[in-house]
Design a protein around this ligand. Structure first.
Ligand SMILES: Cc1cc2nc3c(=O)[nH]c(=O)nc-3n(C[C@H](O)[C@H](O)[C@H](O)COP(=O)(O)OP(=O)(O)OC[C@H]3O[C@@H](n4cnc5c(N)ncnc54)[C@H](O)[C@@H]3O)c2cc1C
Length: 302
């Protein structure tokens, strides 16, 4: 197998786009990923990926796959990177199935949503329960919805939903909202929003789709009738396995505008990084940029 020019970890929009660019640069490279598509595969309707006014997540992923096949991209699917580390000039990628040596790596391992961990949550995911208000909010026009959380992302989701939904419950486990006061004031002024502090979600209920949530407040339980639930209790970057690189307080890998980390040869792209916005088109663009930077880095090594 020998030493690779580049190993890309992750096959979401960032990793797949990085791979297409690597194939076009005729690098000796490999993609290692747990799955194909990443978070995009969980997304219901996508209306903000340029060129497609409307496409579902699974459809967009199959377009990405077709694109990869055209370039015969070498892919190890169902393989998980467990450690990336650099010794001298070589980068070692350990996985659950083997070990590889490479001159460069692009970490494109994305994020996963923090779950509430309550019964019904997994069953109704994408059946009324979602983790992305930016993406799925417009599907709940004039419906009653609940946003779960009390930090900035929950407030942001609530503000977006105020202009879409009929009624928005903000269900917050803490005694007060911890997010930005300006956003908090905006929400408090809107009579569509019902703020429920010190309230814990017990179960998600539904038939084919979500019909409500059971919430506990001061020892009393009640059911809120809603058609949409937006879980906004945080996202976790898949970055623990990357050793020696600087990360921010959220665990996101710090990159500069060239997708370089503090470790020469280790690059990162997409949701696993501290790039400000987390969207498919942004992750794809960052993946392209990372490979072009890797190409320049390799040229300088020669
Ligand atoms: C429900 C939902 C709906 C969304 N809807 C939209 C939308 O409508 N429009 C929009 O623009 N954005 C949307 N987003 C956001 C968008 O999906 C992400 O910003 C984008 O997918 C990030 O791409 P990525 O490649 O950086 O990471 P991801 O998509 O998270 O992909 C990461 C990849 O890395 C793999 N991986 C992770 N860890 C490892 C490891 N240790 N070893 C090997 N492989 C690993 C994963 O299996 C996956 O293939 C949505 C997100 C969610 C959760």
């Amino acid at each position: 197998m020998g030493i690779f020019d580049l190993i890309i970890i992750g096959a979401g929009p960032a990793g797949i786009t990085a791979a297409v660019y690597a194939a076009r640069k005729k690098m000796k490279f490999l993609v290692i990923s747990k799955d194909i598509g990443g978070q995009t595969a969980w997304s219901g309707d996508i209306e903000n990926y340029t060129g497609y006014q409307f496409i579902t997540g699974p459809e967009l992923v199959s377009k990405f796959e077709e694109h990869m096949k055209k370039y015969n991209i070498p892919l190890r699917e169902n393989e998980t990177a467990v450690e990336v580390s650099k010794k001298d000039v070589t980068i070692y990628v350990k996985t659950d199935k083997g070990e590889y040596e490479t001159k460069t790596v692009i970490v494109a391992s994305g994020k996963r949503s923090r779950e509430l961990g309550v019964p019904g949550e997994r069953e109704y995911k994408n059946k009324g329960l979602t983790y992305c208000a930016t993406c799925d909010g417009p599907l709940f026009s004039n419906k009653d919805v609940a946003v779960i959380g009390g930090g900035n992302s929950a407030l942001d989701a609530t503000i977006q939903l105020m202009s879409i939904a009929n009624k928005v419950y903000l269900v917050n486990i803490a005694p007060d909202i911890t997010g930005d006061p300006v956003m908090k004031e905006k929400i408090e002024r809107d009579n569509k929003v019902i703020i429920m502090n010190s309230s814990q979600v017990i179960t998600v209920q539904g038939q084919k789709m979500v019909t409500g949530i059971r919430v506990k407040k001061n020892g009393q339980e009640k059911i809120l009738s809603v058609q949409g639930i937006f879980v906004e209790v945080g996202l976790i970057p898949n970055s623990d396995f990357v050793k020696g690189v600087d990360k921010n307080e959220r665990g996101e890998i710090k990159v500069n505008s060239y997708n370089r980390t503090n470790v020469p040869g280790i690059f990162a792209a997409g949701d696993a990084t501290d790039v400000p916005e987390k969207q498919i088109i942004i992750a794809a663009g960052e993946g392209a940029k990372a490979t072009l930077e890797v190409f320049k880095y390799l040229s300088r090594l020669k």
